[in-house]
Design a binder for this molecule. Structure first.
Ligand code: DX5
Ligand code: ZN
Length: 218
């Protein structure tokens, strides 16, 4: 089962409610929320108040990707806002194990993310504690960037690590995902495809979600 997690980073925010309804019609599995602070990444997006508003208008699980420094300080706020799955960057956490435990203790699924230059081996000690791994296949900060090809090898490597552990851990890929690479990503071991530009740049968002899923299953 492949999951499609549209990232609303490329959505029309003046029309967000309608666009989220379109994602529902298209069968989106999760809604991916890119939280940026202008420090960990060179861009700013939105925080808990917007997430809370989104959680009021949809039942689709909310998958928040924190691209912020000191993510541990905001874990409760995102839980209260209605987040179901919370992912932090290994590069942003001094006490990653503590942060992961904190997320799980509050009843959310915990994820860890790797920037393109961070090796798969950095997951070794934390992998058995997490519910998902998010591989960044572009440098985080902006939607619509070009997919970095070496991410494929990293996904294969992490998929193997997960298999060795024998635990159900979702393997999410984020950045530059579209119909042309979806199937290759799934064959490499990805179980969740995040897509922003390739969905929201299309006229019909519901179709775009379905098309990406069909492409992924080819
Ligand atoms: C990038 C974000 C991604 C991004 C993906 O910093 O983490 O979720 O929105 O967007 P696309 O699919 O446009 O590369
Ligand atoms: Zn993201």
């Amino acid at each position: 089962m492949i999951k499609i997690a549209p990232s609303i980073l490329s959505a029309d925010f003046s029309n967000l409610m309608k666009q989220i309804k379109d994602l529902e019609k298209g069968g989106a599995d999760w809604i991916h929320l890119d939280i940026m602070d202008g420090h960990f990444v060179p861009n700013l997006t939105f925080g808990p108040p917007i997430v809370k508003a989104i959680s009021r208008i949809t039942k689709i699980p909310l998958d928040a990707h924190l691209m912020i420094e000191h993510p541990d300080r905001y874990v409760e706020a995102f839980k209260i806002a209605g987040v179901n799955r919370l992912t932090v960057h290994v590069e942003a956490c001094k006490h990653l194990h503590r942060t992961v435990q904190h997320i799980k203790k509050l009843g959310m699924k915990a994820g860890v993310s790797l920037n393109p230059a961070t090796p798969a081996s950095s997951l070794k000690e934390i992998l058995s504690y997490v519910d998902q791994v998010l591989v960044m296949s572009v440098n985080p900060g902006f939607g619509g960037q070009k997919f970095i090809e070496s991410s494929i090898r990293k996904i294969q490597e992490i998929a193997l690590m997960i298999k060795t552990i024998g635990k159900k851990i979702e393997l999410e890929v984020d950045g530059g995902v579209d119909e042309t690479n979806a199937s290759k990503l799934v064959k490499s071991g990805a179980t969740v495809l995040v897509a922003g530009y390739s969905i929201f740049s299309k006229k019909n968002i519901s179709h775009a979600v379905r098309n990406l899923r069909n492409a992924a299953l080819k």
